[in-house]
Design a protein around this ligand. Structure first.
Ligand code: 5GP
Length: 121
């Protein structure tokens, strides 16, 4: 079984996203945090001094907030908890923004749900 197919099965979706490849180490990233459920890394094109993306390892069809269902409650809670950990780790004591771009009108480009942690200035 190919690595791509294994990843797709983990994600319970046919598609292997760019972010699945980052989690799998196939695309390099600057990782800042990881736990059993989530993974966080620096945005390649930061809009602030600190700009980190927090993603679920198993996105279970939650490609965007459009797709949110009851079964995703745990993933969504884990993502917010991870954002809080990341912010603490990054020393964002003066505050930060959490952004979830949803759909084309919000400029969402990667369809693997992700939270932007933006701060530091
Ligand atoms: P969206 O616009 O979908 O909310 O956010 C996607 C984000 O992913 C963008 O801010 C973009 O800069 C970031 N991004 C896209 N490709 C890569 C990549 O290969 N590596 C990293 N670290 N960030 C990426």
């Amino acid at each position: 079984m190919s690595e791509e197919i294994k990843l797709a099965q983990t994600a319970k979706e046919e598609e292997v996203t760019l972010f699945d490849k980052i989690i799998a180490g196939k695309i390099p990233c600057s990782k800042v945090y990881e736990d059993d459920y989530t993974f966080a890394f620096r945005d390649i094109s930061p809009t602030a001094k600190t700009h980190i993306l927090v993603i679920p390892k198993n996105w279970d069809g939650l490609s965007s907030l459009f797709k949110a269902e009851e079964k995703h409650v745990d993933i969504m809670g884990r993502l917010l908890l991870a954002c809080s950990q990341v912010a603490k780790q990054e020393g964002l004591d003066e505050g930060y923004r959490i952004v979830i771009n949803t759909g084309p009108h919000a400029g969402q480009t990667v369809y693997h749900i992700h939270l932007h942690v933006i701060g530091g200035e």
